[in-house]
Design a protein around this ligand. Structure first.
Ligand code: NAP
Ligand code: GCO
Length: 266
C-alpha cells in the first residue's frame, strides 16, 4: 500500500556521477534528505574536494571519488571500491555531462566524439559496471539525465543533441534488457535549468538587458521562467523510489511545459 515510505530511500546507496555541483548535487542532496547514502564522483580531486565541502555544509556525509566516467577501467575500479567501502550501488544517476556549442561546420570530429564520449558512452560504461551488483540484489534503479535535446535540435549543439537522443534510446534499451530482473531504467529530461552549464545563455548584456537566448527561453516556457535544480528533486526521488517500480523506459520531462508549447507570440 502507498505511503510516505514508498518515496523514502533509507538503506539505499546512490551513485550520482559528476555531482560536485549543479543538477547532480541537487539530486544527491534530495536523495540524502530521504535517507539514501550518497556516493559521487567528479573528474578531478579539486572538484571532489569542493563537492565534499558542499555536502558537509549541507549536513550530508557523502563519499566522493575521483573518476573520469569515460574511462571504463577507472569506472570498473570505482564501482569495486564503492562496493567494498560503502556497499552495492542501488541507484545510479548518470548525470555527468558536457556541452560544446559549436556550429557543425566548425566542429571537429574529435570535439564531436568528446561530447558523445561523456554524454552517451559514459552512461553505458557506468550502467554496465553497476548492473551486476543490481542483478545480485534482484533490483536496481538507473536514471539517465537526458535533455530537451533528446527531442529537439537547435543550432550549434549537434553533438549534444545526438548524445542526448542516443541516451533516450539507451534508457529504453536498458529497460528492455533488464526489466525482468526488476531493474528500472528511466530518464529525466530537464528543461532549461540555471546552472553553470547554461550560464553563458543567461549572461546580462552590456546594456544590462537580458541575453537574447534568456528572453527566448522565457517565451518558450509556459512557466515563463528558467528551471532551478530544486525543480528536479521531486521527480528524481520518485524515479529512485519504490513508488516508480512499474515505471520503466520512460523519459520524465521536467521542463515547465516547453515540449507542449509553440511559444509566446513575440
Ligand atoms: P554542469 O554544471 O556542467 O555539471 C556537470 C558535471 O559533470 C560537472 O561537475 C563536470 O565536471 C562533470 N563532468 C564532466 N565530464 C565528466 C567526466 N568525464 N567524468 C566525471 N565528471 C564529469 O552541468 P549541469 O547543468 O549540472 O548538468 C548536469 C547534467 O544535466 C548534464 O548531463 C547535462 O547535460 C544535463 N542537463 C542540463 C540542463 C541544464 O539546463 N543545465 C538541462 C538538461 C540536461 P567539470 O566541472 O570538470 O566539467
Ligand atoms: C543549450 C542548453 C541546453 C540545456 C539542456 C536543455 O545550449 O541549448 O545548454 O542544451 O543544457 O540540455 O534541456
Amino acid at each position: 500500500m502507498i505511503s510516505e515510505k514508498s518515496f523514502r530511500l533509507d538503506g539505499k546507496v546512490a551513485l550520482i556521477t559528476g555531482a560536485s555541483y549543479g543538477i547532480g548535487f541537487a539530486i544527491a542532496s534530495a536523495y540524502a534528505n530521504v535517507g539514501a547514502t550518497i556516493v559521487f564522483n567528479d573528474i578531478n580531486q579539486e572538484l571532489v574536494d569542493k563537492g565534499m565541502a558542499a555536502y558537509k555544509e549541507a549536513g550530508i556525509d557523502a563519499h566522493g571519488y575521483v573518476c573520469d566516467v569515460t574511462d571504463e577501467h577507472a569506472v570498473t575500479e570505482l564501482v569495486a571500491k564503492i562496493e567494498k567501502e560503502v556497499g552495492t550501488v542501488d541507484i545510479l544517476v548518470n548525470n555527468a555531462g558536457i556541452i560544446r556549442r559549436i556550429p557543425m561546420l566548425e566542429m571537429s570530429a574529435d570535439e564531436f566524439r568528446k561530447v558523445i564520449d561523456v554524454d552517451l558512452n559514459a552512461p553505458f560504461i557506468v550502467s554496465k559496471a553497476v548492473i551486476p551488483g543490481m542483478l545480485k540484489k534482484g533490483k536496481g534503479k538507473i536514471i539517465n539525465i537526458c535533455s530537451m535535446m533528446s527531442e529537439l535540435g537547435r543550432e550549434t549543439v549537434s553533438a549534444y543533441a545526438a548524445a542526448k537522443g542516443g541516451l533516450k534510446m539507451l534508457t529504453r534499451n536498458i529497460c528492455s534488457e533488464y526489466g525482468e530482473a526488476n531493474i528500472q531504467c528511466n530518464g529525466i529530461g530537464p528543461g532549461y535549468i540555471a546552472t553553470p552549464q547554461t550560464a553563458p545563455l543567461r549572461e546580462r548584456q552590456a546594456d544590462g538587458s537580458r541575453h537574447p537566448f534568456d528572453q527566448f527561453i522565457i517565451a518558450k516556457t509556459p512557466a515563463a521562467r528558467w528551471g532551478t535544480t530544486e525543480d528536479l528533486m521531486g521527480p528524481a526521488v520518485f524515479l529512485a523510489s519504490e513508488a516508480s517500480d512499474f515505471v520503466n523506459g520512460h523519459i520524465l520531462y521536467v521542463d515547465g511545459g516547453i515540449l507542449a508549447y509553440i511559444g509566446k507570440q513575440p
